[in-house]
Design a protein around this ligand. Structure first.
Ligand SMILES: NC(=O)c1ccc[n+]([C@@H]2O[C@H](COP(=O)([O-])OP(=O)(O)OC[C@H]3O[C@@H](n4cnc5c(N)ncnc54)[C@H](OP(=O)(O)O)[C@@H]3O)[C@@H](O)[C@H]2O)c1
Length: 96
């Protein structure tokens, strides 16, 4: 698939991603936000006891990572606003 068609596909789409705290999921989230900032929303399923804990995991274990440095530099002071517009956390209490 050509890059242009992937970018076109992602434009204004709402996407649901699991495993975003892991290696592959995190790379996927960063890549989508970097190459197609016009994605509509990215919902992330994060294991957490409540929405507050899920948001904390998003900050500490995903967007706070070095991997997001390029995006943070690109958006500067607007980075948090950009993320808040694109990202929604879905918390889920899981017992295993
Ligand atoms: N990395 C590779 O090179 C590679 C290559 C081929 C295939 N894969 C496969 O691709 C998948 C992801 O790989 P990865 O390297 O990103 O793994 P990883 O770094 O271990 O991350 C796993 C992710 O899955 C989440 N998760 C695990 N069990 C879950 C559950 N029961 N409910 C909800 N979320 C759950 C973890 O969430 P928590 O943070 O909450 O634990 C974490 O976000 C794996 O199935 C792996 O076998 C990976």
């Amino acid at each position: 698939m050509e890059l242009e068609s992937i970018l076109g596909y992602l434009h204004n789409k709402t996407i649901f991603i699991t495993g975003a705290t892991g290696l592959l999921g995190m790379v996927l989230v960063e890549k989508i936000l970097r190459v197609q900032p016009d994605v509509k929303k990215i919902y992330l399923l994060l294991r957490a006891s409540d929405a507050k804990s899920a948001t904390q995991r998003l900050r500490d274990e995903i967007i706070g990572k070095e991997l997001f440095k390029v995006l943070r530099e690109k958006w500067g002071a607007d980075f948090d606003f950009f993320i808040s517009q694109k990202n929604c956390c879905c918390s889920r209490r899981c017992k295993f």
